[in-house]
Design a protein around this ligand. Structure first.
Ligand SMILES: [Zn+2]
Length: 201
């Protein structure tokens, strides 16, 4: 097997719960204060995996063609860079050319404006469509036969029986096992949060 070093070693049949990610925003503390007022801190609505939380705070996002989407939720805690994650359908609606990226890979991504109750900000870059990915702890990764940065394929055996390729593996001790897809992917494949995907070779 020496000639097949690049062979996919993932464990076929390894099951991963699916979480559907709605459009959302990550903000720096400075941007939180511009949008919500000086000294403001995000308030927790619901705990998410990896120490993240859905906040109670919402913003309106506006593309350069002045088309907007209201009530976009902010995820905490605050980050080093502000980022807007939308679906491909949202990108069409907003008239924004958002590239398909991994979270945090923002260089050269699309510009977007955000409006809050106390102010507005303009991001020269930061709007992306998130690449589908699987969060895993190191233990899960060992069991699944994968490592951070691997790209795998999964199948979902529901009514529409969809195979997803180009799924990025992300490993961190703080992560709970979960595959994240966006609302476009979920709706097209008739998937809801809590359904299961299986690794395939
Ligand atoms: Zn995720």
């Amino acid at each position: 097997m020496d000639s097949l070093k690049e062979e996919n070693k993932s464990v076929s049949g390894y099951e991963v719960p699916i979480g559907v990610s709605a459009r959302h925003v990550h903000l720096t503390q400075a941007d939180v204060e511009t949008l919500f007022g000086k000294g403001y801190t995000l308030t927790k609505k619901k705990e998410l995996m990896g120490g993240q939380f859905a906040s109670n705070e919402l913003v309106t996002i506006v593309g350069l063609k002045l088309r907007a989407i209201e009530n976009v939720r902010i995820l905490g805690p605050v980050r080093k860079a502000s980022q807007v994650e939308i679906s491909a359908t949202d990108a069409v609606k907003l008239g924004v050319k958002a590239p398909l990226r991994e979270s945090g890979d923002l260089k050269g991504s699309a510009p977007i404006a955000l409006v809050g109750p106390c102010g507005a900000i303009y991001l020269k870059e930061g709007c992306i469509v998130a690449k589908r990915h699987i969060h895993m702890s190191p233990t899960d990764a060992t069991r699944a036969g994968v490592k951070n940065g691997d790209v795998v394929s999964v199948k979902v055996d529901n009514e529409r029986a969809t195979i997803f390729n180009n799924v990025v593996i992300r490993v961190d001790p703080s992560f709970t096992l979960e595959m994240h897809i966006d609302t476009d992917e979920a709706n097209a494949a008739k998937i809801t949060t809590g359904m299961t995907a299986e690794l395939i070779r």
